[in-house]
Design a protein around this ligand. Structure first.
Ligand SMILES: [Zn+2]
Length: 401
């Protein structure tokens, strides 16, 4: 079993060690060292990355059979090398230490504020979450737990890793226990008495190093509540991103930060009202257009109106057709060519022709389809050839004669 030097020292990230074994993991070379500061994935905390003799360490895992730590390398370490120099990626490690310690504190804060335990922990480069054993949680409880966690952070309590006797674990929070933790006792992380948890992860030495803990989101997941949070550098990044967005919004709206929601609500109201006015104006324009067409007709005659337009909405065609056939003795065969062709056929109630059947025949000739009632039918064809559409509509008109 590899000596896990990070158990007693989470801060060393440059070290010398001896090669104690060589193996392969998923077709990659993997090293076992006599001792290591590389953290293998476990307990919700991802593995470290870094370099061994300049070769990238792409995965670190615990071998099931003997709990040895396997350092999976991107390339081969020469056979004659048995002393290595290791370099743990400190930025990633410290980020994990901040979040892992932050997790212990937030978990304990939810126990004290809301009486709910944590049943899951997930830490990745994208998100950090804990799952609380409750289907719902009051916003006030979340805010209070967040405040308590930050108080503990700012009071800068010492965080210590100690081995306790297995018969003396009454005050230790134990969620899940990897077997390799049982090395002459149980490894517990003690945050100055605020929280004592069995854990094999890497943690900061003082809570102040976490800097800040911010709850980002609470989400119901079945009978659990998932809390997403961020600490330290990620909290700063998150604050920067939100600050940039809100500052840009405030500037473009010419309002203060706090006035953004009201300003956006006013814009939405204005937009909706403009949409309503535009719709009314467009409708009035269509009525006016229909009246102009009808005014050119001889009174008390039959009329078959054929019009091929460009880029008009299907709804506008329908409105126009309905307005035209309000005149007795009128058939309207309308089409509009855009990225396809929309057709609306309509007739006044005093006539007998079946617009549904006529439209179906006309569109079939254009490779399209449609249908409807004897008085009103609509459909579309894939063609964008206006003259072909015009010819098809003229033929439909001739068939009515
Ligand atoms: Zn931990």
């Amino acid at each position: 079993m590899t000596l896990r030097a990070y158990y007693t020292d989470s801060y060393t990230h440059q070290f010398e060690a001896r090669v104690a074994g060589r193996t392969r993991h998923q077709d990659r070379p993997a090293l076992v060292l006599d001792h290591t500061y590389f953290y293998p994935s476990s307990g919700g905390q991802p593995h470290d990355i870094g370099l061994i003799n300049g070769l990238r360490v792409i995965d670190v895992i615990t071998r099931d059979e003997d709990a040895a730590v396997l350092h999976v390398l991107e390339g081969e370490l020469p056979e004659d090398v048995d002393a290595i120099s290791g370099h743990v990626d400190w930025g990633r490690r410290f980020d994990h230490m901040q979040h892992h310690t932050g997790q212990h504190i937030l978990t304990q804060a939810f126990v004290q504020i809301a009486g709910v335990p944590t049943v899951g922990f997930h830490l990745s480069s994208g998100t950090v979450t804990i799952d609380l054993e409750t289907p719902s949680l009051a916003d006030a409880h979340i805010a209070e737990a967040e405040a308590l966690a930050n108080r503990i952070i700012w009071e800068n309590h010492p965080v210590s890793a100690t081995i306790v006797d297995l018969n003396d674990t009454a005050n230790v929070r134990i969620r899940r226990l990897p077997p390799h933790l049982l090395t002459g006792g149980l490894r517990v992380i003690d945050i100055d008495g605020f929280d004592v948890t069995a854990c094999g992860g890497t943690h900061v030495a003082g809570t102040g190093e976490i800097g800040l803990l911010k709850v980002i989101r609470a989400e119901k997941r079945g009978d659990k509540t998932r809390i997403e949070f961020c600490c330290g550098g990620r909290a700063l990044q998150d604050y920067r991103a939100r600050h940039d967005v809100t500052s840009a919004l405030a500037a473009s709206l010419s309002v203060g930060l706090g006035d953004i929601p009201a300003s956006v609500a006013r814009l939405q109201d204005a937009f909706r009202s403009a949409q309503r006015e535009l719709k009314a104006a467009a409708s009035a324009l269509l009525m006016h257009e229909a009246q102009a067409i009808l005014a050119a007709l001889e009174p008390d005659t039959r009329a078959v109106l054929v019009h091929v337009y460009e880029r008009r909405a299907a709804d506008d065609l329908k409105t126009l057709a309905n307005a035209l056939v309000a005149r007795p003795g009128t058939v309207a065969l309308l089409a509009s060519v855009d990225d396809k062709t929309n057709c609306v056929f309509a007739r006044s109630a005093d006539l007998n022709a079946d617009m549904g059947a006529l439209l179906k025949t006309t569109l079939a000739a254009l490779g399209g389809r449609g249908g409807g009632q004897p008085t009103l039918a609509q459909g579309a064809a894939p063609t964008v050839d206006a003259s072909a559409v015009r010819a098809a509509l003229d033929q439909a008109a001739a068939s009515l004669a």
